[in-house]
Design a protein around this ligand. Structure first.
Ligand SMILES: Nc1nc2c(ncn2[C@@H]2O[C@H](COP(=O)(O)OP(=O)(O)OP(=O)(O)O)[C@@H](O)[C@H]2O)c(=O)[nH]1
Length: 733
């Protein structure tokens, strides 16, 4: 869901951001500054009421008598707000970093608006509450179940007793006394953590909430307000090259890089810095040098949407392959325009039309065939078509009107970073806006420092780097994470303060991360208006089942939620599927397939809901039930162990016995088993025998060999995985 920031809204309404913040606050929409984002509901509520109150001023002093009347009125139903708001509302499709969305969800949406059963207070009611307001920075208002307004103090993860006292307006001696009561001996200058503060506060009858570090940081960064159109200049497009393995991504990037090397520069290019710039017809294009959709989605998952255009490479002699489809779905999920480069046209078996034909099935239809996708036949080897490809990139970029203000403190994204023995932390940054300069103080996540030296993509020392320029910088104190944003700030102190603030908050941030989408929680998300799109990734054993599932699931779309199949493919669930789900807040449905190595662990870490089914109907029913809030899974499958088939034996009258090695967990005779070949479930059933050498065994542990027979299945093959599992009942929630 895209959220709108105050400055976007201000720009649209042609009002000053600061004024708008005041208006929003007066409407009980607790925004702090121009960087604050509104939830969709808040935006709708605002639009509805702003239009009405416009001109009257939000203070509403003219109608004090009505205060009582309004309060007694039946609460305005959110549905009504929705209907009215949509009439005049322009779509505001601003892409926004995921981290920001999360921060927003955490602070504004859930706490102040959605959980409250009452509708937002009307501007009339607010005016009264204003009188009660104390220090604006320390408090925010919170509506309880009754009409009384509660004041909530915002407390950081760690706070000194003295500061805490000031924030909650209670004498520090009182706090020290309470702390002693809790067995905590702390002086006025000592710090207590948020949890302790919370206990003390509740004993004193004061509500506290954890400060939102990113909002504070936004304030410290003093990010420029809306950019004046006149300050904006064209910036070069940033390109990521994607495609199936061996279709020529790396060759294409290398060929493009060499194309741009003029004679005198030749030999000058010795290093790769994670991104490079080329010039064609005097226009620059930036290429991200880590090709592939995995890297792209990993970046997106971290909140970085740096790619303006995706080039999808398809080998003309091979055609559309599984990762071609995967790549195009990753680009689509990120709403990035796609240009198709049909590569290897020099090869004898090249058939560009076949590629075009195959891609029509995925709604990429060539312009010459009546569609709107640009296809460029190229050869990374002979360099044929490369100029046309670059021209087409510029053409698509022109439509996008990519602009940035070069005259401001720089911000952008970390593309890559490492620790170099001789040079210290080396980070490749892609400037997104502003101009980065040697000597600038920068901060990225918890890493900060002053730029000691800056090198361009050709390894040359440079003093400045403008929008869309990749540079390598030296001077950061620790290795920042790829995909993290960086900001140049006014001085070292600010950079350090921001990094420190983040470091202390890091733990809580992780814990407080808003829950990603899961079928179990789906209905709650829908009810709270947080979900309008269910993004699903389907992996199946054969194309037919993927297609059938896709169509049936898409049919579940109703007025409230749309079911989007963002990717569907044949084969095991992969890490890249999990990353796509994580970056798109989606869930994964596997039909007759199993997750590949480490995939379960990754899904768990990223909290991606990964569901595996053997019956199509079950998958559809689960999603359907989840949409209605009726999902009540009663059984959960528990995998207990896996064995690898090393050898097979034919035993007369018994059938095939697999000589296995237990690779993890343990296999018990009572377990059910499934046979997995190349990530696909080929059989599921019962065990007929489990033996250690000649003896029957109850169970065999990891690291031991055993013989396994599977009921009614004699097609066991070397290399198969035998997975042992049981079904466990789980309590309804
Ligand atoms: N004939 C011909 N061969 C090409 C062309 N482009 C790439 N190749 C060859 O195809 C093979 C794979 O190319 P890569 O550039 O490594 O492909 P890739 O997509 O980057 O592969 P991964 O990095 O493994 O995903 C190499 O042997 C290249 O030499 C081309 O235009 N024509």
């Amino acid at each position: 869901m895209n959220k709108v920031r105050v400055y976007d809204l201000a720009k649209e309404l042609n009002v000053n951001s600061k004024e708008l913040v005041k208006v929003l606050n007066s409407m009980d929409i607790p925004v702090k500054n121009h960087m604050s984002a509104l939830t969709e509901q808040q935006e709708k509520y605002f639009r509805n009421n702003y239009n009405k109150s416009q001109g009257e001023s939000p203070k509403q002093e003219k109608t004090p008598v009505k205060t009582v009347e309004k309060k007694e009125q039946a609460p305005q139903r959110p549905e009504a707000v929705k209907e009215k708001a949509t009439e005049g509302a322009k779509p505001l499709a601003k892409p926004q970093a995921k981290t920001e969305q999360k921060a927003d969800k955490k602070k504004l949406g859930k706490k102040d608006f959605r959980k409250s059963k009452k509708p937002p207070v009307t501007p009339v009611a607010i005016d009264n509450s204003k009188k009660e307001k104390k220090s604006k920075s320390a408090y925010k208002k919170k509506k309880g179940e009754d009409e009384t307004e509660e004041l909530v103090a915002m407390i950081p993860t760690a706070v000194s007793v003295g500061d805490f006292a000031v924030k909650i307006n209670v004498p520090s001696t009182e706090i020290i006394k309470k702390l002693i009561g809790l067995g905590v001996m702390a002086s006025i200058n000592q710090e207590i953590d948020f949890e302790t503060a919370e206990v003390v506060a509740s004993e004193l009858g004061v509500k506290i909430e954890l400060e939102d570090v990113e909002e504070e940081v936004a304030e410290m960064l003093n990010v420029e307000e809306e950019e004046d159109e006149e300050n904006l200049i064209h910036r070069p497009p940033v390109i990521t090259v994607m495609g199936h393995v061996d279709h020529g991504k790396t060759s294409l990037l290398d060929a493009i890089r060499k194309t741009s090397v003029t004679a005198k520069e030749a030999g000058g290019i010795t290093q790769h810095i994670g991104a490079y710039m080329v010039k064609t017809n005097d226009e620059a294009i930036t290429f991200i040098d880590t090709p592939g959709h995995e890297a792209f989605t990993a970046m997106r998952h971290r909140g970085a949407s740096i790619t303006d255009i995706a080039v999808l490479v398809v080998a003309a002699d091979d055609g559309v392959m599984p990762q071609t489809v995967e790549a195009l779905n990753h680009a689509r999920a990120a709403k990035v325009p796609i240009i198709v480069a049909i590569n290897k046209i020099d090869k004898p078996g090249a058939n560009p039309d076949k590629v075009k034909q195959e891609l029509t099935e995925y709604n990429l239809v060539a312009e010459e065939w009546g569609g709107d996708t640009i296809f460029v036949p190229v050869s990374a080897m002979t360099r044929e078509g490369l100029d046309t490809l670059l021209e087409m990139i510029l053409l698509v970029a022109e439509v996008q009107e990519l602009k940035a203000n070069p005259d401001r403190l720089s911000k952008g994204t970390v593309i890559d970073a490492k620790l170099d023995k001789g040079r210290g932390v080396v980070a490749t940054l892609l400037v997104n806006a502003g101009t980065l300069r040697v000597g600038d103080s920068v901060v990225s996540g918890t890493s900060y420092g002053k730029i000691r030296a800056m090198l361009n993509d050709k390894g040359k020392k440079v003093k400045t780097a403008g929008p869309s320029t990749p540079v390598e910088i030296l001077g950061l104190n620790e290795v920042p994470e790829a995909g993290e944003e960086f900001y140049a700030v006014k001085d070292d102190r600010t950079a350090r303060q921001i990094a420190d603030k983040r470091r202390t908050h890091l733990k809580e941030q992780k814990v407080k991360r808003s829950a990603p989408l899961s079928l179990d929680e789906l209905y709650n998300h829908i009810k709270q208006g947080e979900v309008q799109d269910i993004n699903i990734i389907i992996k199946g054993d054969v194309q037919g089942s993927v297609e059938a599932l896709k169509q049936s699931l898409e049919k579940l779309t109703n007025e409230e939620v749309r079911v989007n199949i963002i990717h569907g493919g044949v084969g095991a669930v992969t890490e890249s599927d999990v990353m796509l789900a994580a970056a798109s807040n989606g869930i994964i449905i596997g039909f007759n397939v199993r997750p590949g190595n480490n995939v379960n662990a990754l899904a768990e870490r990223e909290e991606v809901d990964l569901r595996l089914y053997r019956v199509i109907y079950d998958a559809i029913a689960d999603v359907e039930q989840a949409m209605k809030g009726m999902l009540a899974p009663e059984y959960k499958e528990v995998v207990l162990g896996t064995a690898e088939v090393r050898q097979t034996f034919k035993v007369p009258n018994i059938g095939t016995i697999a000589g296995c090695y237990v690779t993890n967990g343990k296999i018990a005779r009572s377990n059910d088993v499934r046979v997995i070949r190349d990530g696909i479930v080929v059989f599921e059933g019962k065990m007929t025998s489990l033996k250690r050498f000649k003896d029957d065994a109850k169970e065999v542990a990891q690291g031991y060999e055993c013989g396994i027979g599977v009921e009614k299945y004699n097609d066991l093959k070397e290399g198969d995985q035998i997975e042992a599992f049981t079904m466990e009942e789980i309590a309804r929630t």
